[in-house]
Structure formats: structure tokens, C-alpha cells
Design a protein around this ligand. Structure first.
Ligand code: FAD
Length: 304
């Protein structure tokens, strides 16, 4: 099907995009087009105007400092997957980006478009939830930071307003912790049926003077666990039950199995399903993917 007619504008800067958004209420921003163009063609969206932000140079690129990464909203999945800085500070993000769709999708699709589209089956929201990212948004009242936990509000819904443009994603460095992203991919689209992201530290407990008096040995334990799941819930979900079952426990198969089982309690009742995999089926197999992600993150934490 053809898209309904719309006016096309190309913005040369973030400021110009803001002016165009203000001048054309209901307009849609166009980044890589891999989610918006299908919506236009299916006429699930029929905006009067489309504002192309795809050539705004200030929205592109990855930089790193002591605090972590700054990723411009127009950075493509392929650029994230190939970035040494991302691999160093947030390996799970590069791992997730490398598993998105196919080369055509990864070469055109952008992190900003992926987040703004807020498809529950997308990969990057889940990883950014586990890594505690902050999103930078330019709006009519200037720039603001939004915690990733406050950004997604439901299925394909975000806290972005009509005149807002996502400009960058800040990802705190996970160096020192092991991170991993493991997904059950849909065989046709590669979208996540279930996606699990983990950041995990391995440290020691005990060894202080009280432990010495008591004759207690130092123990190797899991620390700073952050686990998020997506694909089967309306928006990325931090798994507090899984995290609680990890911290201060020995990094063993038994610990990971028990922690992974706790995900069924974290998931709640609002589960997504389709003809390919029902919500109940996804819930039943979710612990398998959580356990795999925990084991992969722990192995990398050992190398960190
Ligand atoms: C065949 C296929 C397979 C795919 N497989 C996967 C997969 O396995 N995993 C996965 O995560 N994704 C997958 N995707 C989606 C892909 O990652 C898209 O690229 C992404 O969701 C949208 O990014 P985009 O740059 O193409 O955005 P666009 O399509 O240009 O825009 C999407 C939406 O975001 C808005 N938008 C874009 N940029 C901004 C911005 N900076 N600020 C505010 N709003 C903005 C647009 O207005 C629009 O509403 C797949 C897509 C296709 C077509």
C-alpha cells in the first residue's frame, strides 16, 4: 500500500527540527525509517508532515569519558555493534545491536528511532534499562534528561511530547562488571520474543576484622546485579526479585538457577503473546534465558 500524502521537510539542525515540529502539529520525525515507513505504508500513521532528521550531524556518533558513553540518537545499530568504546563500557549494548534484524536494518535503523518507537519486542530498551541509561531530550522548553525507567510508558508509548526530539543516550560505564544480552529471536524478524540484559559484578564478602576473629573466610559473591527483561512485557522491566536473589550470593549454577526462577514473580500478569508464542509460553521459558544471560555476564565479570 502507498502512504497517504504528507509534506516532507528536511531539518539541518536540532533547532530547525524543533521549529518545524512547532510549525506542523502532529508531524512525525523520520530517522532511519525502518519503523516509520512501514507504519505510513500500512496507514497506521498518516501525519500531515514528515520531518527528516537523518542528516543532522550533531545527532550522530559515539564518545566515551570516565563516566561512560554518549551515543547520538542517529547512531545506527551497525555503528554501535562495531564500536570499541561500546564494547569496552557496555558490551551487552554492542551484543544486542549486532543481533537486530538483518544488515539492512542495522545499517539504517538508529538507536533514537528504536527507543522512540518503543516496540516491546525491541532489543535496545531492555539493555539500556539494565545499564541505567539516561536519555537527553530537546523540547520546546529546552533540554532535559529522562531516566530510562521513566521514558517507556507502555506498548509503543513513551514520555516524549509532540515537540520533543531525542538527541542522545548516556550510558554509565559498566566496566568492572560483566554484561550480557541473550534473546529468543523471532525467526522471521529477529525481534525479541524474550530478551534479557544483565550487568553483574563479582566481588568478595567478609575478610574484615570481625570475620577474622570469627575465623570466617573471604567469599566470592555477586554484586551490583542489574537484570532487565523485554519482549513479553509492555515495556522493559527491571527484575528486582532476580537481582535480590543474586547480590551477596556465590556466583554458581545453583545461584543463577534460583535467581532465574524468581523472574516469574517479577513478570506480573500483563504478559504479551501472539500466534508465534503465547504469553504463558514466554513466561514458562523466560527463566532459561535469564539463566543463560546471568552465566554469560558472570563469565565476563571474571574476565573484567
Ligand atoms: C525487518 C525488520 C526487522 C527488525 N528487527 C528488529 C530487531 O530484531 N530488534 C529491534 O530492536 N528492532 C528491530 N527492527 C526495528 C529497527 O531497529 C528500527 O530501525 C527501529 O525500531 C527504528 O529506528 P529508525 O531509525 O528506523 O526510526 P524511524 O522508523 O525513522 O522512526 C521510528 C519512530 O521514532 C520516531 N523517532 C525517530 N527518531 C527520533 C528521535 N531522535 N527523537 C524522537 N522521535 C524519533 C519517529 O518519529 C517514529 O515515530 C526491525 C525492523 C525491521 C524493518
Amino acid at each position: 500500500m502507498f502512504a497517504a500524502d504528507f509534506e516532507y521537510y528536511r531539518a539541518g539542525s536540532v533547532a530547525e527540527a524543533g521549529q518545524l515540529l512547532a510549525a506542523h502539529p502532529g508531524a512525525k520525525l523520520l530517522a532511519g525509517g525502518h519503523s516509520l515507513i512501514p507504519l505510513l505504508k500500512l496507514r497506521l500513521a498518516a501525519p500531515a508532515a514528515v520531518i527528516d532528521i537523518g542528516r543532522i550531524a550533531e545527532l550522530r556518533g559515539i564518545s566515551a569519558d570516565d563516566d561512560g558513553l554518549r551515543i547520538g540518537a542517529l547512531t545506527t545499530h551497525a555503528e554501535i555493534a562495531a564500536s570499541d568504546a561500546v564494547k569496552e563500557h557496555a558490551a551487552a549494548l554492542a551484543e544486542a545491536a549486532s543481533q537486530i534484524g538483518d544488515p539492512a536494518v542495522r545499517n539504517r535503523g538508529t538507536i533514537g528511532g528504536n527507543l522512540a518507537h518503543a516496540d516491546p519486542a525491541s532489543d535496545l530498551p531492555t539493555v539500556l534499562a539494565a545499564l541505567g541509561a539516561t536519555l537527553t531530550v530537546a523540547g520546546k522548553d529546552g533540554e532535559r534528561s529522562v531516566d530510562v525507567g521513566d521514558f517507556f510508558t507502555g506498548v509503543m508509548m513513551t514520555s516524549l511530547g509532540e515537540n520533543d526530539l531525542l538527541t542522545a543516550i548516556r550510558v554509565p560505564s559498566a566496566a568492572g562488571r560483566g554484561t550480557a544480552y541473550v534473546k529468543f529471536s523471532h525467526p522471521a524478524s529477529r525481534y525479541a520474543v524474550i530478551g534479557v540484559a544483565v550487568a553483574l559484578g563479582i566481588g568478595t564478602k567478609g575478610g574484615g576484622w570481625i570475620s577474622k576473629i570469627k575465623g570466617e573466610p573471604k567469599e566470592t559473591v555477586c554484586t551490583d546485579a542489574a537484570v532487565a527483561i523485554g519482549g513479553l512485557v509492555p515495556k522493559p522491566l527491571r527484575c528486582s526479585g532476580v537481582e535480590a536473589a543474586l547480590n551477596d550470593q556465590a556466583p554458581s549454577d545453583e545461584t543463577f538457577g534460583a535467581a532465574a526462577a524468581a523472574v516469574t514473580g517479577d513478570l506480573g500478569d500483563d504478559l504479551l503473546g501472539d500466534v508465534f508464542a503465547s504469553g504463558d509460553y514466554r513466561k514458562a521459558v523466560a527463566p532459561v534465558y535469564v539463566q543463560r544471560a546471568l552465566a554469560a555476564a558472570a563469565e565476563r565479570a571474571g574476565q573484567a
